[in-house]
Design a protein around this ligand. Sequence first.
Ligand SMILES: NC(=O)C1=CN([C@@H]2O[C@H](COP(=O)(O)OP(=O)(O)OC[C@H]3O[C@@H](n4cnc5c(N)ncnc54)[C@H](O)[C@@H]3O)[C@@H](O)[C@H]2O)C=CC1
Ligand SMILES: O=C(O)CCC(=O)C(=O)O
Length: 380
Amino acid sequence: MNVMLSPNMSQRLDLFFQMREHEQVVFCLDEATGLRAIIAIHSTALGPALGGCRMHPYATTEEALADALRLSKGMTYKCLAADVDFGGGKAVIIGDPRKDKSPELFRAFGQFVESLGGRFYTGTDMGTTPDDFVHALKETNCIVGVPEAYGGSGDSSVPTAEGVVYGIQATNDVVFGSKHLHGKTYAVQGLGKVGKKVALRLLEEGADLYVCDLNEAAVKEVVAYGKQIGASVKPVNGTDIYRVEADVFVPCAFGGVINDETIAELRVKAVVGSANNQLADKRHARMLKEKGIMYAPDYIVNAGGLIQVADELYGANKERVLAKTKAIYDTLLAIYARAESEGITTIEAADQFCEERLEKRKRRNHFFTHQKRPKWDIRR
Ligand SMILES: NC(=O)C1=CN([C@@H]2O[C@H](COP(=O)(O)OP(=O)(O)OC[C@H]3O[C@@H](n4cnc5c(N)ncnc54)[C@H](O)[C@@H]3O)[C@@H](O)[C@H]2O)C=CC1
Ligand SMILES: O=C(O)CCC(=O)C(=O)O
């Protein structure tokens, strides 16, 4: 899918150069509601693009575009790893989720999604909730993960958190020789929709936690729960979360948290979390390996939500979602085994696994067009 651009041309067509691995990028502007959004479609080779919509007060449009491009590419790999027949896409809305949301804004967003004619399905991500998309659903059927009362499969962060827990168990098995969660200390960054569920589950299993979040109420809630069940929960600030001595670092907020600075500080044996794009750069996986820290590729571990929303388009079934989410445990073990036997990093092993799968499958698929309706488009 690489388009060859000469350096001169790439300078002139900078945006095209940036999106050279992607099929389509849509800039969405609605002055009446203040909507500024970017929808990035990385690949529809295996089916319509599917991926959540993030809301974040990006400092610049470039920053928002870079996030949309990186997140949507990650979704192609995540779909392949989770074995769902969709492609990679993602949307970002530029705005502060604490003050810039309105029903009208999400309806305007829904209209842009509708304009893509079924090439892109979306739902929640960081900064958005299932209720936000109830408004978007008034404008398009290409919305997933709304509450069950509105015909959706509900909060996708529930299976995402489940998948992260399976990922921690598989990692514990390989690193510590036992999949058990108890008796260990975890440093959880971000106590939002996913992070809080993971934190509470770890506490219930008998683990101790360090936690951090910008949202003090979320921290207080987890500390109070720890107190109630007699477990240790120590709140730390955003810098110290990388420095604490723990068994596993569990990043559940933003991307790029594994970088030159943080790797130098980390005092853990493994990194397993829900955050998308945890590695600032692929080379950081090698740095982790050299430091003896096992890295669980993010898009393998955090696929539970994708599995649920993809399943919804066939008619949501909780048992099926649970079974596919549970498979994250075995997929991760297979990735670890491949990395070990080939002497490569875990992210290289995961990427190889997905790229082999893509090569095999895309021969059977067509570039998705409006003329050829996908079988998944069942609600029209
Ligand atoms: N919701 C889902 O099902 C899925 C989420 N993910 C990824 O998991 C991560 C978390 O997603 P959600 O829980 O849905 O988001 P969320 O918006 O519900 O929660 C994120 C939490 O991180 C906190 N946070 C933000 N900046 C922080 C900082 N500098 N330090 C500490 N905490 C900070 C926020 O206050 C918030 O509580 C994101 O990277 C998302 O892309 C990945 C797959 C599915
Ligand atoms: O969890 C969702 O609702 C969609 C999947 C997604 O966007 C993700 O896995 O990042």
